[in-house]
Structures are given as structure tokens and as C-alpha cells.
Write a protein that binds this ligand. Structure first.
Ligand SMILES: *[C@@H]1O[C@H](CO)[C@@H](O)[C@H](O)[C@H]1NC(C)=O
Ligand SMILES: *[C@@H]1O[C@H](CO)[C@@H](O)[C@H](O)[C@H]1NC(C)=O
Ligand SMILES: *[C@@H]1O[C@H](CO)[C@@H](O)[C@H](O)[C@H]1NC(C)=O
Ligand SMILES: *[C@@H]1O[C@H](CO)[C@@H](O)[C@H](O)[C@H]1NC(C)=O
Ligand SMILES: *[C@@H]1O[C@H](CO)[C@@H](O)[C@H](O)[C@H]1NC(C)=O
Ligand SMILES: *[C@@H]1O[C@H](CO)[C@@H](O)[C@H](O)[C@H]1NC(C)=O
Length: 505
């Protein structure tokens, strides 16, 4: 800036010098033609060859112009040439000055353009900053609550592990090095969670991965411990029904928040079951729109890890989905068709409807949905033997009706009538042909309280306590090979392991 001002001054100085008609040339001595008023003062004097005054009437300044020649032209005008010695007019100095000024001016231009650039950049950054502030504000309003919740859930998980390690330590009577190390790691995790609470939710993912690793270590540890302990009952072979039904359920494992976010409280999720490829099924997540009714978008994930990392293989849009009664079997999704008592079958490779079929006498549009869950009058289910539908009819007066469907045609193969009123049930699922229904005990627990066995026509009470993270269980899907429940709990995706009775009935 200082440079700029200096140069401006310099340039104006030079400007006034060149503004006169004195021309400067590189030769040391310069001949200059005198100005008209100068000439006219000569004429009035009418003298030639004598000394003259630079200013008429002043009588001074003769000594500086000591060497000149004068002559009269044809019209009697006196023309005078003056040779200016170097020391009188500093030609070289001016030249140098001019040269320097030129260089400086170039530099100045450069600096000036830089400054202009900076100003522009600053303007851009200013805009970006404003934008960022707006976005942070939106984030703060929108997602802080669920980030906090995410942390709450992680804390719960870490606490669970802490409890487990304490139990393990007792079991090892304080002698195992591995257990001690695991304890340190879990304590570290607790600290880390506290530290990361202020950061974004990407870190939640990282932590979750660490937790999974830790959990696996714990499991191994437990397994090695139980080698000498009384043999735990072996789980029935995946996908088979060599057991006496569900007798208990694990604590929930929070997989993650659904991909659309905290406000998408309604929906369903699960894993495709294809008996030919039982362990290859893709995972699907279908949050309803915030109206709790329209199923418009769903995503598919190749693996559970992909789901954890939000790395989906497909995102599809449909225009006819209704409710969270969705199920997936053999790479097709089944759902209630919007505003009707129909069922649609959608090919997951193409997202195209392959079949639609009316479910005879089925009530729909919240006539007999579940307790605290709307638009699930028609709830599809998958078990070891295929596709089922749980619903009510006017004839059943709202009691649950179970139908086995042909998954190719969606025609009803067989129907069973229960004595359980559907709107008093919070949700239901089918395992080995047995329907299990849940009800809400309080904001943190559900109970699997009712069963109907389609194999025998028997029904009855159960008392299996099921913990949950949020208040409402929006949907339950069972996966026969994993023998897990996939629960959509107010936007959170939960997994439960089912525990079966040892010997078959
Ligand atoms: C005047 O000019 C003449 C020729 O250009 C030169 O020989 C002479 O020395 C000059 N006189 C002075 C006083 O500079
Ligand atoms: C903020 O930036 C995003 C992405 O860079 C852009 O889509 C959005 O329009 C910007 N918003 C404003 C208010 O400038
Ligand atoms: C726990 O954290 C401390 C410091 O952060 C680190 O030095 C130590 O190696 C960690 N221990 C384990 C087992 O991760
Ligand atoms: C069911 O499982 C829970 C959690 O694993 C456990 O605390 C409870 O004791 C089990 N109940 C029965 C009856 O086995
Ligand atoms: C889905 O569509 C693909 C491509 O048209 C086809 O190959 C596949 O057999 C279909 N799957 C089902 C279950 O109909
Ligand atoms: C389902 O329907 C298809 C087509 O009509 C038929 O080929 C198949 O045998 C049926 N399956 C059952 C279990 O009835």
C-alpha cells in the first residue's frame, strides 16, 4: 500500500514534467525549441545576437543559458536554440527515474492484482463461512439429538461390555492376562467415547467397529472359558426347526440409525432369506416417509458391514408402498399396496412389480393395525418354510388371521384364525410356523406374550421379556438362517438373537 502511494506521487510528478513540450532524448545535450511566448518576448525587443531574459522584464536567469544561437526566419520571427548542458537539466537522472518508475509500476501492478485476488478470495471465503454457519446451524437443529442418542446407545453397549468383563474376571479368578488387557481396552473405549462425544457422527462408526472387534474378543474369551465349564446347549442348525420354539431372547444389539435419519421413526428392515443361498441374503432398510404411511424409498446392502458404513448397493423408489409390514424372501420384497387390501411382489434386482394380488377379506387402512403402529393391517412375514401374512378381517372382528401364501402367485394356501385381537398387539413374527406376538410393557420393555402354532392349532401365553432402545417397536422381521429378529425401533435398527428350547415337542 505504501508503495502504491509513493508510486502515485511519482507518476504524477513525471506526468507534469512530460506534459510540457520539452522533449527529452537519450543524447547528453539536447536542443529544445523554445516556447511561443518566449519567442514573442524576443520579437518585442527586436534585437538579435544579444543576451536575453527568460522572463520579460525580470532581467535575471541569463547565466544558466550561457550557450545559445539565435536567428530570424523569413517572416522576421526570431528562433532561438539553446543547448542545455547536462548539469542544468538532469536528463540521465530523469531517465533513470523513469526506468525505476517503470519497474516499480510493474511491481505495483503485480501487487495490486494480488491484492485484488486476495479480496476476491476473502469474499469467496466469507460466503463459504456464512454457508457453513448456516449448515452447522441446520445440523445442530437437525441431528445433534440423534448424535447424542447414538452416543447414549454406544455408552450402553460399552457398559454392557464392562459388566461382562467383570463377570469374566470373576470366572477367571483374576488370573488371565487376556482378560486384564481386555478390561484396559474397554476402559479406554469408555474414555474415548466420552472424548468423541463432541465430534461428528462419523466417529460413531469408527467406535462401533472397535466395539464389534472388542465384542468378538470377549466372545472368544467366553468361549475359551466355557471349554472347561458345563457344555452350553448347542444352537439348532441354522434354517432348521429342530427345536421346541422360542424360549428367550438376547439383549438388543443396536446396528445403527436408519439411513434417512432420526426423524424417520417408522419403517422396517431385515435380511433376504433364500433357502438355496441362506447366508448370502442382502440387507434391506425401508424407512417410511415421515407421515408413517408411505413406503417410497428403500436401500439394499450387500453385507452388514456395508450397512454399518452406509455403503448401499441400491437405492430404489416406488410409488405404491404402504406401512412397515414389508418382508423380503428369495430376492423379492412383499408389501401392502397403498390404499388397498392388495399385496405387491417387487423384484429386488429390477425394482419392478412382478405380481399384485388381493388378500381376500383383509382389513386395511388402519382398520386393524397394531397398537401404536399405523398402516400395518397387512403384515408380511418369512419363516423357514416361506411367506406368510398376518392380518385381520371383519369376520374375525379384528382378531389375528394367519395365511400361508404361495410366494410365486401370492394366492392363499391355508388360513388360521387366532383368538388374539390384533390392535392390542404391538407386533408379530413367525418362526417355524409359530406366530409370536409382542405387547408393550413400558418404554423400555416389550413382552413376547402370545403364540399361535399353525402346526398344531394351539395358542397360549408366553412371558419372554424383550428390551428395547426406544419406545415403539415399529416392525419385526425374522431371519431363519441367522435366527435373529430385525427390529425397527423408532428409527433404530436392532438385532436380537432368539434362544430356542432344546428338544422338539
Ligand atoms: C558553447 O557551444 C560551443 C559549440 O557548441 C562550445 O564550443 C562552447 O564551449 C560552448 N560554451 C560554453 C560556455 O559552454
Ligand atoms: C452452500 O453450499 C452448498 C454446497 O457447496 C450449496 O449447495 C448451497 O447452495 C450453498 N448455500 C448457500 C446458501 O450458499
Ligand atoms: C489405552 O490408552 C492409553 C493412552 O491413551 C494407551 O497408551 C494404551 O496403549 C491403551 N491401551 C490399550 C490396551 O489399548
Ligand atoms: C433370558 O435372557 C436374558 C438376557 O440374556 C437373561 O437375563 C434371562 O435370565 C433369560 N431368562 C431365562 C428365563 O432364561
Ligand atoms: C428379477 O429380475 C431379474 C432380471 O430380470 C431376473 O433375472 C430374476 O430372476 C428376477 N427375480 C425374481 C425373484 O423374480
Ligand atoms: C405356487 O404357484 C406356482 C405357480 O402356480 C406353482 O408352480 C407352485 O407349485 C406353487 N407352490 C406351492 C407351494 O403351492
Amino acid at each position: 500500500m505504501c508503495l502504491g502511494f509513493f508510486l502515485l506521487a511519482l507518476l504524477s510528478l513525471l506526468g507534469s514534467a512530460t506534459g510540457d513540450s520539452v522533449t527529452l532524448t537519450p543524447v547528453p545535450r539536447t536542443t529544445a525549441l523554445l516556447q511561443p511566448d518566449f519567442t514573442s518576448s524576443f520579437l518585442s525587443g527586436s534585437r538579435s545576437g544579444s543576451s536575453f531574459n527568460t522572463r520579460s522584464g525580470s532581467g535575471s536567469g541569463t547565466q544558466s543559458f550561457s550557450n545559445f544561437t539565435g536567428s530570424k526566419d523569413d517572416r522576421g520571427t526570431c528562433v532561438c536554440s539553446v543547448a542545455l548542458p547536462d548539469n542544468t537539466f538532469p536528463v540521465e537522472r530523469v531517465e533513470r527515474l523513469e526506468f525505476t518508475a517503470h519497474i516499480l509500476s510493474e511491481k505495483y501492478q503485480k501487487e495490486l492484482s494480488k491484492v485484488k485476488e486476495y479480496v476476491q478470495l476473502i469474499r469467496i471465503y466469507e460466503k463459504k463461512l456464512v454457508n457453513l454457519t448456516v449448515r452447522v446451524e441446520i445440523m445442530e437443529k437437525d441431528s445433534i439429538s440423534y448424535t447424542e442418542l447414538d452416543f447414549e446407545l454406544i455408552k450402553l453397549e460399552v457398559k454392557e461390555m464392562e459388566k461382562l468383563i467383570i463377570r469374566l474376571k470373576d470366572g477367571f479368578s483374576g488370573s488371565s492376562e487376556i482378560v486384564d488387557q481386555l478390561e484396559v481396552e474397554i476402559r479406554n473405549m469408555t474414555l474415548l467415547v466420552e472424548k468423541l462425544e463432541t465430534l461428528d457422527k462419523n466417529n460413531v462408526l469408527a467406535i462401533r467397529r472397535d466395539i464389534v472387534t472388542l465384542k468378538n474378543k470377549l466372545k472368544e474369551c467366553e468361549a475359551s472359558k466355557s471349554e472347561n465349564a458345563p457344555v452350553a446347549p448347542p444352537a439348532p442348525a441354522p434354517g432348521t426347526c429342530a427345536h421346541g420354539g422360542v424360549v428367550n431372547i438376547s439383549k438388543p444389539f443396536v446396528v445403527r440409525l436408519n439411513w434417512r435419519g432420526f426423524s424417520y421413526k417408522y419403517g422396517a428392515w431385515g435380511r433376504d432369506y433364500s433357502p438355496e443361498n441362506p447366508d448370502k441374503g442382502l440387507y434391506w432398510v425401508a424407512p417410511l416417509n415421515t407421515d408413517g404411511r408411505v413406503l417410497e424409498y428403500y436401500r439394499l446392502y450387500n453385507t452388514l458391514d456395508d450397512l454399518l458404513l452406509y455403503k448401499y448397493s441400491q437405492e430404489y423408489r416406488i410409488l405404491y408402498g404402504q406401512g412397515g409390514g414389508t418382508a423380503v424372501y428369495k430376492n423379492s420384497m412383499y408389501m401392502n399396496w397403498y390404499n388397498t387390501g392388495n399385496i405387491a411382489k417387487v423384484n429386488l434386482t429390477t425394482n419392478k412389480v412382478s405380481v399384485t394380488q388381493n388378500l381376500p377379506y383383509a382389513a386395511y387402512n388402519n382398520r386393524f393395525s397394531y397398537a401404536n403402529v399405523g398402516w400395518q393391517d397387512i403384515d408380511l412375514a418369512v419363516d423357514e418354510s416361506g411367506l406368510w401374512v398376518i392380518y385381520s378381517t371383519e369376520a374375525s372382528t379384528g382378531n389375528m388371521v394367519i395365511s400361508k401364501l404361495n410366494d410365486t402367485t401370492l394366492l392363499v394356501l391355508n388360513t388360521w384364525h387366532t383368538k388374539q385381537y390384533k390392535p392390542s398387539v404391538s407386533n408379530a413374527f413367525i418362526v417355524c410356523g409359530v406366530l409370536y406376538a409382542t405387547r408393550t410393557l413400558n418404554t423400555r420393555t416389550e413382552e413376547i406374550f402370545y403364540y399361535y402354532d399353525t402346526n398344531t392349532g394351539k395358542e397360549g401365553r408366553l412371558n419372554i421379556i424383550m428390551q428395547k432402545m426406544q419406545e415403539n417397536v415399529q416392525s419385526i422381521n425374522y431371519h431363519p438362517f441367522d435366527q435373529k429378529l430385525f427390529v425397527y425401533n423408532d428409527g433404530y435398527l436392532l438385532n436380537y438373537d432368539l434362544i430356542f428350547k432344546q428338544e422338539p415337542h
